[in-house]
Design a protein around this ligand. Structure first.
Ligand SMILES: NC(=O)c1ccc[n+]([C@@H]2O[C@H](COP(=O)([O-])OP(=O)(O)OC[C@H]3O[C@@H](n4cnc5c(N)ncnc54)[C@H](O)[C@@H]3O)[C@@H](O)[C@H]2O)c1
Length: 418
C-alpha cells in the first residue's frame, strides 16, 4: 500500500505500488503542521510475516527524517503518531526537512531480527536511497541500522542526505567522525547526545523551580540509548536518580542509584544484569517506576506509557518525555488538570534529530563540546519558555510547542550538505 498526499493541501493524489519521482533539489517549502500524513507505506516480510511501515508525515526539499523502531506489536497508528511527532520536531528546531518514521512489528530479540531489518530496508530502498534519512530508535541501535545500510551498499543510515553532497565519501567520513567522537564515560557522541538534551530539559525544569540539581530527584523508565544517557548526565549534574526501569523491572534506591555502575551492567538491549546488582537496591515491579517518589518522571522507553489508567499513580511534579508519544492525550489532560505539565517529546528529546542535522549541515563537528554547548543552550531556552507559558498563562507546554511548530523560521534556502 502506498498512498501519497499533496504535501500542502493534504488531498490524496497518487495511489501506487511504486515510488514516483519526487523533488530532490532546491525547493524548500515552509513546514506546515498537518493532521494527515503525506504518505503511508506498508510492507510484509515474505519470510517471517513481520509487518513494517514507513510513514512520511511531511516532505520538505524532498527529504524527511526519522528513526526506525522494532517492537512486537508496533502498529501503523503508532508509526503515524511518531512521524507526526518528527514533523513537529523538525519544525520546532527549524530543520529544513520533513518528518517520517519507520516501524517493524517484530521482536528485536528474535535471532532473525537483523535479517528482518535488512529486508525492510531493502523494500524501502527507493525512499532510503533518495528521501528518507533514518536512524536508531527503540529496539534498533545505530550500529545495527548502519550495518544494514552498509550491507545494502548505502554506507550509513543518513545516506539520502549524504548522497547530495559534492563529495559524499568525504561527508560520510565527517558524519562518522561526529557520531563516533568519544565522550566521557566511554560513550560515543552520537549515542548520548539525545539523552544529554533530555537531561538538560530536566535540569531546566529544576532551574525554573529555583531548585538545585542536588535537591531534585528523578525516575527514568528505560535505560537504553535515551534513558541511559539521560540518567548519566543527570547523575553527573548532581541530580538524585532514585529509580531506573528496564523491560525486566524497576530498580529503586531513595538515596540515589549509582548510575554509571548500573550502566556498565547493561546488555545490548538496554537491560541490566540482575545477578550483578550493587548492594542496597530494591527491585520493584516494572510499572512502579511511574509512581515512585521523584520530582521528575522521564518516560524513556515505550510509546503510550502514561495512560488514563496510570496517570493518577504519578507523583512527579513534571513529566519530561524522552520516549516519543509517551503520554496519551487523555492522560496528559488529566495530568494538566492536576497541575502536572508534560514537556513534549518534540522538544525534550529532539536534541537527537536536531544534532544529526546540525552534523549533516556542517554546523557542529566531532568536537563534543561544540555540540553539548549548542544543545544545552537551546534546550534551556526552549524549556524556560514552555514553563513560563505554563505558570504564567496556564498554557500547556505541548500547546506552546505546537505554536512554534506552526510558525517555524522561514526557509533559509536550499538544503546544502557540505
Ligand atoms: N534512540 C534515539 O536516538 C531516540 C531519539 C529520540 C527519541 N527516542 C525515543 O526514546 C525511546 C527509547 O528509545 P531508545 O533508542 O532509547 O531504545 P532502546 O531500545 O535503546 O532502549 C529501550 C529501553 O527501554 C526498556 N524498556 C522496554 N520496554 C519497557 C517497559 N515496558 N518498561 C520499562 N522499560 C522498558 C528497555 O529494557 C531499554 O532499557 C523511544 O520511544 C524512542 O522513540 C529515541
Amino acid at each position: 500500500m502506498t498512498t501519497l498526499q499533496d504535501p500542502v493541501e493534504g488531498t490524496p493524489h497518487v495511489t501506487a505500488q511504486t515510488v514516483p519521482a519526487l523533488p530532490t533539489e532546491t525547493v524548500v517549502t515552509p513546514a506546515i503542521r498537518r493532521p494527515e500524513p503525506y504518505m503511508r507505506l506498508q510492507w510484509t516480510d515474505s519470510v517471517t510475516g513481520a509487518v513494517g511501515y514507513l510513514v512520511v508525515h511531511t516532505l520538505r526539499s524532498g527529504l524527511a527524517t526519522g528513526g526506525t523502531r522494532m517492537r512486537a506489536g508496533c502498529t501503523l497508528t503508532e508509526v503515524e503518531d511518531l512521524a507526526r511527532g518528527m514533523a513537529n520536531k523538525t519544525a520546532t528546531f527549524d530543520l529544513p526537512v520533513g518528518g517520517a518514521k519507520g516501524g517493524i512489528d517484530f521482536d528485536p530479540k528474535d535471532p532473525r531480527a537483523i535479517e528482518v531489518l535488512e529486508r525492510f530496508c531493502e523494500a524501502m530502498r527507493p525512499w532510503i536511497d533518495a528521501h528518507w534519512v533514518t536512524a536508531e530508535d527503540l529496539g534498533v541501535p545505530q550500529h545495527l541500522i548502519d550495518e544494514v545500510f552498509e550491507k545494502l551498499g548505502l554506507g550509513q543510515s543518513y545516506h539520502a542526505a549524504i548522497r547530495r553532497a559534492d563529495d559524499p565519501a568525504a561527508t560520510l567520513e565527517r558524519v562518522r567522525n561526529g557520531l563516533n567522537a568519544a565522550v566521557d564515560g566511554g560513550f560515543l557522541l552520537g549515542d548520548v547526545i539525545g539523552g544529554y538534551g533530555v537531561a538538560h530539559a530536566c535540569l531546566a525544569a529544576a532551574v525554573s523551580w529555583g531548585q538545585s540539581p542536588a535537591a531534585t530527584t528523578v525516575a527514568i523508565q528505560g535505560i537504553g540509548t535515551m534513558g541511559g544517557a539521560a540518567a548519566y548526565y543527570l547523575h553527573e549534574a548532581g541530580m538524585t536518580v532514585t529509580a531506573l526501569a528496564d523491560a525486566a523491572g524497576t530498580l529503586y534506591c531513595a538515596e540515589g542509584l549509582d548510575v554509571p555502575a548500573l550502566l556498565d551492567l547493561r546488555d545490548g538491549f538496554g537491560e541490566i544484569d540482575r545477578a550483578r546488582l550493587p548492594e542496597g537496591i530494591e527491585q520493584l515491579p516494572r510499572a512502579e517506576v511511574l509512581s515512585v517518589d521523584a520530582d521528575i518522571l522521564v518516560p524513556a522507553a515505550i510509546s503510550y506509557a502514561i495512560t488514563p489508567d496510570n496517570s493518577f499513580d504519578i507523583t512527579a511534579r513534571i513529566i519530561v518525555e524522552a520516549a516519543n508519544a509517551a503520554t496519551t492525550p487523555e492522560a496528559e489532560a488529566m495530568l494538566a488538570a492536576r497541575g502536572v505539565p508534560v514537556l513534549p517529546d518534540f522538544v525534550a528529546n529532539a536534541g537527537a534529530v536536531a544534532w544529526a542535522w546540525w552534523l549533516l549541515l556542517g554546523q557542529v563537528d566531532d568536537n563534543p563540546e561544540n555540540s553539548f554547548d549548542r544543545l544545552r543552550t537551546i534546550m534551556h531556552s526552549k524549556v524556560a519558555e514552555l514553563l513560563s507559558a505554563w505558570t504564567e498563562q496556564g498554557r500547556t507546554p505541548r500547546e506552546t510547542g505546537h505554536r512554534w511548530a506552526d510558525d517555524p523560521a522561514p526557509p533559509a534556502g536550499p538544503v546544502v550538505i557540505p
